[in-house]
Design a protein around this ligand. Sequence first.
Ligand SMILES: *[C@@H]1O[C@H](CO)[C@@H](O)[C@H](O)[C@H]1NC(C)=O
Ligand SMILES: *[C@@H]1O[C@H](CO)[C@@H](O)[C@H](O)[C@H]1NC(C)=O
Ligand SMILES: *[C@@H]1O[C@H](CO)[C@@H](O)[C@H](O)[C@H]1NC(C)=O
Ligand SMILES: *[C@@H]1O[C@H](CO)[C@@H](O)[C@H](O)[C@H]1NC(C)=O
Ligand SMILES: *[C@@H]1O[C@H](CO)[C@@H](O)[C@H](O)[C@H]1NC(C)=O
Ligand SMILES: *[C@@H]1O[C@H](CO)[C@@H](O)[C@H](O)[C@H]1NC(C)=O
Ligand SMILES: *[C@@H]1O[C@H](CO)[C@@H](O)[C@H](O)[C@H]1NC(C)=O
Ligand SMILES: *[C@@H]1O[C@H](CO)[C@@H](O)[C@H](O)[C@H]1NC(C)=O
Ligand SMILES: *[C@@H]1O[C@H](CO)[C@@H](O)[C@H](O)[C@H]1NC(C)=O
Length: 659
Amino acid sequence: MGVVKEHPPAATVVAILLHLSLLVTPSVSAVEFALNSFAGVSNLTLIKDARVDVSVIRMTNDSNQYSYGRAFYPVKIPMKNSSNSSRISSFSTSFVFSILPQIATSPGFGLAFVLCNTTAPPGALASQYFGLFTNATSPSVFPLIAVEFDTGQNPEFNDIDDNHIGIDLNNIESADSTPAGYYNASGAFVPLRMRTGQNIRAWIEFDGEDLRFNVTVAPVGVPRPSRPTLSYRDAAIANYVSSDMYVGFSASKTNWIEAQRVLAWSFSDSGAARELNTTNLPVFEAESSSSSLSNGAIAGIVIGCWTFVVIIVSVLYLWWRKKRGREEEDEEMEDWELEYWPHRYSYEELSSATGEFGREKLLGSGGFGRVYRGILSNKTEVAVKCVNHDSKQGLREFMAEISSMGRLQHKNLVQMRGWCRKGNELMLVYDFMPNGSLNKWVFDRPENLLGWEKRHRILVDVAEGLNYLHHGWDQVVIHRDVKSSNILLDSDMRGKLGDFGLAKLYAHGEVPNTTRVVGTLGYLAPELATVASPTSASDVYSFGVVLLEVACGRRPIETSVAEEEVVLIDWVRELYAKGCAREAADARIRGEYDEGDMEMVLKLGLACCHPDPQRRPTMKEVVALLLGEDPPEAPRKVLSDLVRGGGDEAPPLQPSPPV
Ligand SMILES: *[C@@H]1O[C@H](CO)[C@@H](O)[C@H](O)[C@H]1NC(C)=O
Ligand SMILES: *[C@@H]1O[C@H](CO)[C@@H](O)[C@H](O)[C@H]1NC(C)=O
Ligand SMILES: *[C@@H]1O[C@H](CO)[C@@H](O)[C@H](O)[C@H]1NC(C)=O
Ligand SMILES: *[C@@H]1O[C@H](CO)[C@@H](O)[C@H](O)[C@H]1NC(C)=O
Ligand SMILES: *[C@@H]1O[C@H](CO)[C@@H](O)[C@H](O)[C@H]1NC(C)=O
Ligand SMILES: *[C@@H]1O[C@H](CO)[C@@H](O)[C@H](O)[C@H]1NC(C)=O
Ligand SMILES: *[C@@H]1O[C@H](CO)[C@@H](O)[C@H](O)[C@H]1NC(C)=O
Ligand SMILES: *[C@@H]1O[C@H](CO)[C@@H](O)[C@H](O)[C@H]1NC(C)=O
Ligand SMILES: *[C@@H]1O[C@H](CO)[C@@H](O)[C@H](O)[C@H]1NC(C)=O
């Protein structure tokens, strides 16, 4: 200031300006921002499917199967003054995210906060790799650090659970991880489910001197916890830092829709990130409100709103129908549709059969869509499955599949009668199975518990149906989703396998060898967790799980039991190793079964679930063993023990290798 007063000569002013600009340069390269909304923010670097959706960043595109997206701040953050400098800058960031699955029980993916020297890390894969990491078993050192908010458990990456926070140093296998939650004011750990759609606030502090990451999470509305959820210090972090890096987010998915959103974000590399104002953030919640409503008042409000919406929608619908007239009902048929064999029903026929797809006719809904009960004009009872699909291309390929599937006929397969398409909705018409699915009779409905004799007969039925798919047809048909809820019971309580081929509709992806997640958690063979495509051996694995659940009267994954019993296969395998496999049998039907029979089914279940697909029996062998016959081919080592009924030798089955 004194200098200015003295009216210095021009040269001095220039010198001062130069000096100032030199001083100013580092502070210009300092990065500091706080975005309480992304509305109007047009300078983010959005990669692949990431986009700004009104005021939030949406990371993936629901209609692309192997979708991934990354969103970066447009400029790199200086991390070191020179590439050989050992001094690393610190930074502080805070953001609000929401992870909302379409189906709560589907496999989860999550979201990662990323630091990387490029916006396109080499070899990045979608699905469980966050659209960020490669599948290389030991990735080489590359400037890529992520803090993952992982909502799925991938045992092959040693994930601790399906809801954890981890530090990833250019490796999908976390250097450190901990269950998601926070320490409240009294120091107690409060778990936090990240996959509910609720808005979650995260704070990440990186100390460049100490090489430490502190990660803290809490639901929006809860004050910032003073103790971080995860504090990780590691000198190796320095190897993964380059002189400047992009900061941002990355997420990916497969078949299952999981909406990963970032709602607000602040960052500073020169002090604490500014506080975000979370008061007016949008809230994303599951459409179906059935999950955890214990509160009657909330339920009442929800039902009230629902009724209101239904009335409005019905009024609008009636108005629309009147306006558009009936000609719209006869949607034009694409010529390729004529090529397909099974009977094509008209939409009106199915609509009137199912009471206009009324709620009271709804039999169930699941990953593939809704199923309605209907009565055709000729009085036959049918089940109509409505499958939504966005791409006509996929639909067409699928129809080719269905039309060949429609020719498959076997007493133990649920017969498809025909189909109908309306827009992007495909309706498949099946024989109606009055007794519902097997799971209801084994564990969902204890009052109608199924006896052993019937259970055994159903297992034989299903094994025969699957054997037909694998061996009874000129091409091997892989079911891909064998599970007790896909086993339906006819009026005589005979078992029939349903839904075959349907999984294929969801398997037309750009990365064919990552179709692994098609299927149902708990029934998936371990080799599908890596990148193999489904085979008849993986069907055998799923059938093995069915054998065990029927024999033990338990779901494949039961969370309400002691930890060592959670995973059915592991539990039975352990009992088997101790020589007391019979203890796993369903205690509620004790005395009904021949001990030898039961033991055989349990061991057969384990053999089918052998970690090595090569060593699993074929369905042919399974059928023979269940019927008490000698297997058609020379029994292999695993089977010989079963056939002889022994059990006193060393267990032929190794526990799953630690993947
Ligand atoms: C990007 O846009 C945001 C808000 O529009 C602004 O605060 C920020 O400074 C911009 N950053 C760059 C590097 O242009
Ligand atoms: C998602 O992807 C599809 C096709 O790949 C595209 O047509 C659609 O516009 C995308 N949706 C959004 C919201 O970007
Ligand atoms: C970095 O390396 C260059 C040449 O390799 C050297 O000239 C420079 O002094 C080094 N800088 C530091 C800070 O070590
Ligand atoms: C980089 O250099 C500037 C000025 O030259 C200094 O203020 C800053 O602390 C240095 N940063 C690191 C990480 O060494
Ligand atoms: C990122 O780092 C890697 C390894 O150090 C280097 O090969 C690559 O050129 C860097 N990329 C960019 C864009 O700086
Ligand atoms: C990694 O993925 C690529 C492409 O999906 C595939 O070709 C390769 O076999 C996979 N490698 C491993 C080790 O799984
Ligand atoms: C912290 O959590 C524990 C256990 O949930 C609870 O008992 C305690 O009251 C909580 N403390 C505060 C200050 O909320
Ligand atoms: C990280 O957390 C530890 C343990 O609570 C604390 O001692 C340290 O000061 C924190 N560091 C930063 C940069 O917040
Ligand atoms: C947060 O934003 C709301 C309006 O969006 C405003 O009323 C409120 O004062 C803000 N709170 C703070 C702490 O800035």
